[in-house]
Ligand binder design. Structure first.
Ligand code: ADP
Ligand code: ZN
Length: 212
């Protein structure tokens, strides 16, 4: 399976990608996670990307393409993948198609998870991440008095720096302008599947499984 997950920040791509990846044993490639990891380790790439990420802007295409080339070179050609957060611009999508074509493969399915804007803002504002297990949860679902503890493993929770309201607004604006047009690009190729991203995590997983 060679799948691309599309959707706005907060649509639930990361959460669903982890589940699908575990169920089918497909490598989950999240450019956001890769960049955050580079940032944490203060690598050259991390330092170059940090300014953009903190402002809610996109990291330049050249840097992202390098990451993907590297990541794909790690496996054998023809290996399955589940892309989360990539491609994010038309240019990235075209470069990605060319890269895959040179390997004799292509993207099989693009799944677009759609959620309305008010809901996205609400989800991102309340999002908390666990330091220990990297699990994602929402503040509204945490027990009163233990808002800092992961409900899965008890680890300490933190808020992503780019989940501040000003940066959220910028990320959503960037999504509308630069990433949303990709749905047309993939629809024209006949490989786009739209699924409703509202409801519970399991409901969304069920909808995803139906189109996979
Ligand atoms: P979200 O989808 O929740 O905004 P991600 O974790 O996918 O967050 O990405 C976080 C940030 O990393 C983005 O705001 C952007 O700065 C950068 N980034 C991730 N993937 C890409 C990409 N494919 N192209 C450009 N920038 C990217
Ligand atoms: Zn945890």
């Amino acid at each position: 399976m060679r799948i691309v997950l599309l959707g706005a920040p907060g649509a639930g791509k990361g959460t669903q990608a982890k589940k699908i990846s575990a169920k089918f044993g497909i490598p989950h490639i999240s450019t956001g996670d890769i960049l955050r990891n580079e940032l944490k380790n203060s690598t050259g790439l991390g330092n170059k990307a940090s300014e953009y990420m903190q402002a809610g802007k996109l990291v330049p295409d050249e840097l992202i393409i390098e990451i993907i080339k590297h990541r794909l070179a790690e496996g054998n050609t023809g290996n399955p993948f589940l892309m989360d957060g990539f491609p994010r611009t038309l240019n990235q999508a075209i470069m990605f198609d060319n890269m895959l074509a040179s390997m004799g493969i292509s993207v099989e399915k693009v799944i677009n998870i759609f959620v309305d804007k008010a809901e996205l803002v609400k989800r991102l504002m309340g999002r908390r991440i666990c330091h220990s297990c990297a699990g994602v949860c929402h503040i509204d679902l945490l027990q009163k008095g233990s808002e800092n503890r992961c409900p899965i493993c008890g680890g300490e929770l933190y808020t992503r720096k780019d989940d501040a309201i000003k940066v959220i607004k910028e990320r959503l604006r960037v999504y509308e302008n630069q990433t949303k047009p990709l749905t047309d690009y993939y629809a024209k190729k006949g490989i786009l599947y739209n699924i409703d991203g509202s409801g519970t995590e399991n409901e969304i997983t069920e909808r995803l499984l139906q189109v996979l």
